[in-house]
Design a protein around this ligand. Structure first.
Ligand code: T4K
Length: 373
């Protein structure tokens, strides 16, 4: 959706801006498609990208999808889950919608107040005899308390499927974000640090999952005469895969550029009472995809900060407000009061502009506006 732009004469600064590979690189690659006429259905670029991403994400199994949401829907389906799934209300709509679209019941547990991920201490009290899985989110690239979550899951025989939409290329103590739990979904949407225009993937360790995921994304068709299961169409096409192959060549520089901006924000904003930045846990290799900042009323109300920035044609976003359990489409089904920390954070947080070609001076300007009385 395009934001309403105030007329200030200045070019708008949006929350993010897609990075593009050099035009010649992409056009050179897609030239092949005019010759082969093989545009989709797991073509050559699709296979190459799967292969390269397995290496980059250090995962034995990976299946590409047309977008992250479809990847999440399909992996939940592939595990044959039933009943209830414990998840976080502090995320993008996709996380819960994927659970509901599978005919499962989401059960919301509250989040941790510092890194906004699902709080392991709140999970156990939500487990019932109907619970079959936990779907935590590495929100803003903050890696969840994976050890604690997986220990609980192990004790109760639950699957753990991470929504790792924000965690591409991250690692914790040398372990890839793709290696946690039973499976992880990554989003390669145009707004992400690594993108395939639209796109996504499921990473997994158990190779038997590959068969189910490949079936689910292609109508359950296993060969020309065998339709093994009731699947849909979730295939990534060759133009998307080619974009991924190009962008992967530049991912290190992409993150390096973002890191400089991210650190500049931190330098400018840290140490101010009432401005809360995410913790930087030791051993976390970040991808610098988001710049979330929480504002306490003692400093300035979040909506006031937002209004001041909008006046200057700077467009941060309220990722993620409202919480999912307060969505209109889920009215009467859930009680947002059950997750008070998520509710509070969603009212305090703002995601500031961050993308590779943002100027350091613009970061400084954004911070000046924020710090203004
Ligand atoms: N789980 C989580 C935790 C997620 O955050 C997401 C997606 C998913 C699952 C699902 O993955 P996908 O199915 O999307 O792969 C955006 C993205 O569309 C969405 O992918 C992302 N999360 C979410 C956090 O942000 P919107 O509705 O805010 O997008 P939009 O159109 O308002 O764009 C935001 C800004 O991005 C614009 O101000 C400018 C910039 N932009 C946008 C587009 C479309 C570009 O620079 N290029 C573009 O092509 O959802």
């Amino acid at each position: 959706m395009k934001e309403d732009m105030p007329v200030t004469g200045k070019a708008p600064v949006l929350v993010t801006r897609s990075s593009m590979p050099p035009f010649e690189e992409y056009s050179e690659l897609i030239k092949e498609l005019w010759e082969s006429r093989w545009l989709t259905n797991m073509g050559d670029f699709h296979q190459r990208l799967e292969h390269e991403l397995k290496a980059y994400l250090d995962t034995p199994g990976l299946t590409l999808f047309m977008n992250g949401h479809m990847a999440l829907e399909c992996v939940l389906r592939a595990f044959g889950l039933s009943g209830e799934v414990i998840t976080t209300p502090f995320s993008f709509a996709s996380t819960t919608h994927a659970i509901v679209q599978n005919g499962l019941t989401p059960v919301f547990a509250d989040i941790r107040p510092d890194d906004y991920t699902l709080d392991p201490e709140k999970i156990e009290e939500k487990i019932t005899e109907k619970t079959t899985a936990i779907v935590p989110v590495h929100v803003y690239g903050n890696i969840c308390k994976v050890k604690e979550i997986e220990e609980i899951a192990g004790r109760h025989g639950l699957k753990v499927i991470y929504d790792a939409a924000h965690a591409f290329g991250e690692a914790l103590n040398g372990e890839s974000a793709a290696s946690f739990g039973d499976a992880s979904m990554f989003s390669f949407h145009a707004t992400k640090v690594f993108h395939t225009i639209e796109g996504g993937a499921v990473a997994f360790k158990d190779r038997t999952l590959e068969h189910a995921l490949n079936g689910l994304k292609n109508f359950g068709i296993m060969d020309e005469e065998t339709v093994e299961l009731v699947g849909g169409n979730g295939k990534m096409n060759e133009f998307q895969a080619a974009m991924g192959l190009c962008n992967l060549r530049h991912i290190a520089q992409e993150m390096e550029k973002r890191k400089k901006l991210y650190l500049r924000y931190r330098e400018n904003l840290s140490g101010h009472p009432g401005i809360v930045l995410c913790p930087e846990p030791e051993g976390l290799r970040r991808n610098y995809s988001y710049m979330p900042v929480a504002f306490k009323d003692s400093f300035k109300n979040r909506d006031q900060v937002m209004a001041q920035l909008l006046e200057e044609n700077i467009h941060p976003r309220k990722y993620f407000y409202p919480c999912i359990n307060a969505y209109w489409c889920y009215r009467d089904r859930f009680s947002p009061e059950d997750t008070p920390i998520a509710g509070k954070v969603s009212r305090e947080i703002l995601t500031l502009p961050l993308y590779a070609d943002l100027a350091l001076e613009t970061v400084d300007e954004i911070c000046r506006i924020i710090l203004r009385k």
